[in-house]
Design a protein around this ligand. Sequence first.
Ligand code: AHR
Length: 520
Amino acid sequence: MRRGFMSSALVVLGLLAAPVTPALAQGETPQATVTVRGDTPGPRLYRQVFGQFAEHLGHGIYEGIWVGEKSSIPNDHGYRKDVLQALRDIKVPLVRWPGGCFGDEYHWRDGIGPRNKRPVKINTNWGGVNEDNAFGTHEFMGFVEKLGAETYVSLNVGSAPPSEGAQWVEYMTSPNGSTLAKERAANGHAAPWKVEYLGIGNELWGCGGNMRADYAADVTNRYAQFAKSGNGKMIKIASGGLEDDVAWTDTMMRVAGKYIDGYSLHYYTIPGGFNAKKQALGFSEVEWAETIARTIKMEELITKHSAVMDKYDPAKTKWLAVDEWGTWFAPAPGSNPGFLVQQNSIRDAVVAGLNLNIFAHHADRVKLTAIAQMVNVLQAMLLTDGPRMVKTPTYWVYDMYKPWQDATVLPTDLSSPWYNKDQYVAPAVSVSAVRDTAGQVHIGLVNADPNRAMPVSMTLTGVQASSVAGRILTGATMDAHNSFDQPNTVVPQPFTGAQVNGGTLSVSLPPKSVVVLDLR
Ligand code: AHR
């Protein structure tokens, strides 16, 4: 938390760095062209790029995931059944927990043992509400186990000593014998868990301790040194700096590069900027355009931070982990402002599609991401209200992009018309393509223009296709969304606007749409 205001001018300048060829000036008939280079396949797109972030924040965990065994809401050992099933359906590969800013005030011992004996604390970051620690280590591990996902645990570096983190890791991972392993067994889990990813603090420049880069890098080395898994390799991920702070990246890679396996980048799409956020619904076209413009700054940020990482790690062994990203709007009217509740519309779906395509372009470096956040917070997959649950447009994008998980990226060359409104300019079309593990090719397309359909002419090299099918997500208005009363307003529909003929594919992309094509 605590971000500066990025000016509109910067947004426009940032856009011009996007690796897309402008096709036409405004006013001409729009037409995008794409070459999918199936004959020069790129890297694997790790399924971990489709990870999720679940923080102790508002109703993200309590009510969203965890209702407790005694709840009248149908649950499986305390976890909401509807939420579990919805998340399984999109094959969530990993969950980052417990924060976020919450993580750097979290003491793991508060969240183990009998629930009625756990201390009640104040969640000082998010609304000042009581945190009764009902959801702790065992509950988190049970949750990811039920999802079939991997664990990404964020250590408290800001306000706990390294020994506390080291002991937590030992409690979670040590096979047997030690007092901590026995305590874990006495609390109900004899077998060690795996912690695949370990965050060495969160936003150490801000809520994680207001550190300078040099100090943060030293601290990172210290915490990374003493956190030792008893059960396999942990990918240790260092905290990144604020957005485009490449000097921080340089320092962290130079000082701590040897002791870490990954480096984190947080970047949110915040129309209006952090201190003047705009609404999630009922917005103008200028706000739509600003949202698109701010989103594709992700491409520039990844490029800049990757370049610094390349300097110290030319073999690209270290992961760039974009472990917080997504839209951040003004709190939903009537909600607790500390709970970061916001509706999710077709605009969020377009933001998700744009970001997923950007991550695919950078699959050689971006190996993990975590959208913020999983349920009921910021750009959520799911919203709940008592016993009701609704799948958001963002959820459906994750559903459509499932074939991207662990697929091989096929490079794409794109020439796109511009979309612009006032000072905001962006390529209208975005694309990524993959060959999945069964050999089938899939193409993901986004039309960020809310008004104009975009014809796309695609050349396929090294891809044999005689038929094409697909799904489209779009909405009647810029803020079309799913509500508890009308949960199916924005859901994928069969897409019939693509034809394949030999090595060419013609597509007509409706305005404000995300389309996934499956070639056969
Ligand atoms: O996702 C909400 C907050 O945003 C996280 O707690 C923090 O890491 C970031 O500033």
